[in-house]
Design a protein around this ligand. Structure first.
Ligand code: ADP
Ligand code: MG
Length: 243
């Protein structure tokens, strides 16, 4: 479903992604962990071209893109394969919860208003927000806003969902409601790449965990190996610090 080969990204002189390669199978959940500044967000942002990668090959769903040379059509196709859930939700403030979810259905998928509304309401139901469909983001808690963000990502029925620290802006008491929703989506065989500091959650939900530091994959493996029996000293140190 996702195959990334030798992905390279630098900001001026700073090498941020230094030859990243990994694969995510259909329906798999891959968690990416690592210290701040290690390139995790940049990696996700390169997968949908929010950042322009300098080199490497990205294959997602129906799209293949050679970072060094690609057409606008290839870029467009690659962007259509994924949907992103952001740390700060990035909702449209002047749209209701329902309108946030239906926007892409109306604009990109050209559905009628009633088709989009039916799907939008069912997605809000899935994230436990049916009663708040007509609320504006400002009247929702952070956890509720993020659940709208997740419903919005699901709306385009992407090949994979990319989540960048989806709970790190939330008050502690709001984290679990969002993790529960993410887990329920994972259980529906949704392909996901999730950057997270929630190690217990990664252990429970991820099929595979990648530990990144300084733009490289330092260690990777199934959660029971990587999280419970890390081999690399940097992985050990990181897990001790955060856990
Ligand atoms: P992480 O998500 O793991 O904390 P990031 O991918 O956000 O790491 O950042 C990796 C490195 O790239 C950091 O040193 C950061 O300062 C730098 N960086 C990120 N975005 C930019 C940018 N747009 N311009 C310059 N440097 C950037
Ligand atoms: Mg980040």
């Amino acid at each position: 479903m996702i195959k990334v080969t030798d992905l390279q990204k630098r900001f001026n002189d700073l090498v941020v992604l230094d030859g990243i390669s990994f694969e995510v199978g259909r329906g798999q959940v891959v968690a990416i962990i690592g210290p701040s500044g290690s390139g995790k967000s940049t990696l996700l942002r390169c997968l949908n071209l929010l950042e322009k990668p300098d080199g490497g090959l990205i294959e997602i769903g129906d799209a293949t893109l050679d970072a060094q040379q690609y057409t606008r059509k290839e870029a467009h196709l690659l962007r259509q394969q994924t949907a992103m859930v952001f740390q700060n939700y990035n909702l449209f403030k002047n749209k209701t919860a329902l309108q946030n979810v239906t926007e892409s259905l109306l604009v990109t998928k050209k559905m009628t208003a009633s088709e989009a509304e039916t799907i939008g309401r069912s997605l809000l139901e899935q994230v436990g927000l049916a009663p708040k469909a007509d609320n504006y983001p400002i009247t929702l808690s952070g956890g509720e806003q993020q659940r709208v963000g997740i419903a919005r990502a699901l709306a385009v029925d992407p090949h994979a969902i990319l989540l960048d620290e989806p709970t790190s802006a939330l008050d502690p008491e709001r984290v679990s409601e969002v993790l529960r929703v993410i887990k329920s989506i994972a259980e529906k065989q949704t392909t996901m790449v999730i950057v997270t500091h929630e190690i217990a959650f990664a252990r429970e939900v991820a099929d595979y965990v990648i530990f990144m530091a300084d733009g490289k994959i330092v260690e990777e493996g199934p959660p029971h190996a990587l999280i419970d029996q890390p081999q690399n000293p940097r992985t050990k140190q990181f897990l001790q610090q955060i856990g």
